[in-house]
Write a protein that binds this ligand. Sequence first.
Ligand code: HEM
Ligand SMILES: CC(C)=CCC/C(C)=C/CC/C(C)=C/COP(=O)(O)OP(=O)(O)O
Length: 327
Amino acid sequence: MKLDRLFTSTLTFNSTTPYHQTTWQVIQSYIQLTKPRIILLLLITMAASMEMAAKGHVDPWFLLIALVSGTCAAGAANTINCLYDRDIDFAMERTRHRPLPSGRIQPHDALLFAIALTLISFTLLAVFANLLSASLAMVGILVYVLVYTHWLKRHHSQNIVIGGVAGAIPPLVGWAAVTGDLSWAAWCLFVIVFLWTPPHFWALAMMIQDDYAKVNVPMLPVVAGNETTARQIFAYTLILIPVTLLLGYPLDVMNLLYPLIALVLGGIFVHKAWLLMQSPSNLELARSLFKYSIVYMMLLSIGIVIDCLPITYSALNRISGIINLLN
Ligand code: HEM
Ligand SMILES: CC(C)=CCC/C(C)=C/CC/C(C)=C/COP(=O)(O)OP(=O)(O)O
């Protein structure tokens, strides 16, 4: 597999079919190319990291600029992934209607779009935040494109474990943008997203493994079967819970609310993974786990933000004051 596939305008399918579209349809196609729903969750993890780093005092304009930069970096990474994978995307039912395989966007236009997004992202972060956060965003793009998409996705069943590093980088970008460096707490958030990725993706891969098998992508359920995949999913969710609690103790960057939220959300995650491990061929359980993985990461990040807000801190102080009075 060569990287020059990014620059060739045709592959094994007809990607140059003339396609008539209105301006709004063209805009929609470009937005689709960036996989916007995935970006939203990436941004939520990044925002949580920023609030944690600033103890709930991030300037709203700075937050906005950082999130726009994050959107551009992730959008660029996803666009290049769509460009590289347009042959297998054409062959799979789930992805056949994406802008490149369906011919709504031409490969060279997608490449220019990705380059523009990359430049915007780097410039915004370098100018309004710092060079460390800008460089980390570039590392995110490189890991996703080179390590995951190019080297691992089509060649190794642990592709998404190592490739998951890319999806875990936005919290590092967020923390670095606020503080100019990286602390243990930032790395802890990185590890949380890293450990969350295999259960998130393998649950989905169990449902769509026939598609992956058809295009010879060695996702774990295709290569090792549902039983092994469900066991590995369970192991990752189990390790995830204590790691989420590290933010409370010993890192001490969270108050009391966060550990409670992390325990409840983690308990549900492990329970769902346990049920799947008991019946690995039950794809309804896999679907439920995949959907919950998204809710989990969203609520955990929101939990971090709420816990960091000064208003939560003063409310908790007031409650503990009342409890002390009652005693
Ligand atoms: C290497 C790591 C990852 C892989 C291989 C992966 C793979 C996937 C795939 C194949 C889908 C289905 C997309 C579709 O149907 O078009 C999906 C959905 C999703 N992923 Fe991931 N993912 C990864 C990491 C992440 C990360 C780090 C996040 C955010 C923190 C994330 C958030 C989401 C969300 C929100 C959806 C649902 C999108 C929708 O509603 O259509 N993913 N993921
Ligand atoms: C800081 C920074 C820029 C980080 C980039 C992080 C990033 C874009 C993560 C995306 C993870 C993801 C959606 C993988 C799916 O790819 P896939 O090719 O397996 O999915 P597909 O089969 O749906 O195309």
